[in-house]
Design a protein around this ligand. Structure first.
Ligand SMILES: [Zn+2]
Length: 297
């Protein structure tokens, strides 16, 4: 297991220490990003960005043109999440797009922040006296600025499917997205046009909870006309549930790898009550899928 630091660490003398270490062996998935949003939102929303420090010229890509000038003096109207992107709406009408990449994390510092850390690449100094610091050792993170109305035309954001934690996401939406798809259900769930932000871990988890085989054809959860079968309702509910449970768990004190139903549990007993199965692993589209062949059909 590797240990990476994601999420938000809060430092500074006037704030309680709320930092936490999130252990995982992959890129941050939707629940981790949602937790970051919930920590950052009360700090950033309503605050003016007084000064931006850029400690280098790029992350995964160069910072956008006039990045600092377009941010400084603007107020953050709100902080939303779309898939694994954080979107800060600015008073200028532009949107600051942030992605943690593989190793990105935010730190909130009040008062004396001390010396910058080795991989502290971006610092937002807010009118409240708080500094929001982006740290990213591997620099796969993203900081971008979109012009008003630029979201729909964005290469990654524009084509995203339904947000699994939104009120609009249900069996009908999922069935429509899977209808006619000849790929396996697992591979379909990783397609961001089918459902946005669902990564490898929670796709396996949701399929196990719903009792659906990752190998079955995606189209089998819908009728030929795209109406949901029972499996579509079960799967949509399972996706929402595994994501909500992951957020609740990671918001709490413990966050351990043993929390998973199937992920990274090859050879272990199936956790479904009464199921005698053993968790297996197979590779689908280059990614590991974990499942129980006994109770997932
Ligand atoms: Zn089982």
């Amino acid at each position: 297991m590797c240990t990476l630091l994601h999420g938000v660490t809060v430092t500074g003398s006037r704030l309680p220490q709320r930092g936490r270490l999130i252990e995982q062996c992959a890129v941050p998935e939707l629940p981790e990003v949602e937790i970051v949003r919930r920590e950052l939102s009360p700090v950033m929303t309503g605050a003016r960005i007084e000064r931006v420090e850029l400690r280098r010229g790029d992350l995964r890509a160069p910072f956008p043109r006039r990045f600092r000038a377009r941010l400084e003096g603007r107020t953050v109207a709100g902080l939303e999440r779309r898939a694994k992107y954080l979107l800060a709406e600015l008073s200028s009408g532009e949107t600051l797009v942030m992605h943690l990449g593989m190793s990105g994390s935010f730190r909130i510092a009040r008062g004396l922040a001390g010396e910058p850390g080795r991989h502290d690449h971006v610092v937002f100094h807010l009118s409240s006296g708080v500094a929001v610091i982006f740290n990213d050792p591997r620099r796969f993170g993203v900081m971008d600025l979109l012009r008003p109305g630029g979201l729909a035309a964005h290469r990654a954001l524009g084509s995203l499917g339904p947000e699994p934690l939104s009120a609009e996401f249900d069996g009908y939406v999922l069935a429509r997205a899977c209808a006619g798809r000849k790929t396996s259900l697992k591979v379909a769930l990783l397609d961001q046009r089918v459902v946005s932000g669902l990564g490898n871990i929670y796709a396996s988890e949701a399929l196990h909870l719903a009792g659906l085989s990752p190998r079955r054809r995606a189209s089998t959860i819908a009728t030929p006309s795209g109406a949901p079968r029972d499996a579509a309702h079960r799967l949509a509910a399972a996706i929402t549930q595994v994501l909500k449970e992951a957020i609740a768990r990671a918001s709490g004190a413990t966050y351990r790898s043993s929390r998973f139903r199937v992920y990274d549990r090859e050879g272990a007993r199936c956790r479904r009550r009464g199921c005698p199965g053993t968790i297996r692993r197979r590779t689908q589209a280059g990614r590991s899928t974990f499942y129980c062949a006994v109770c997932q059909h």
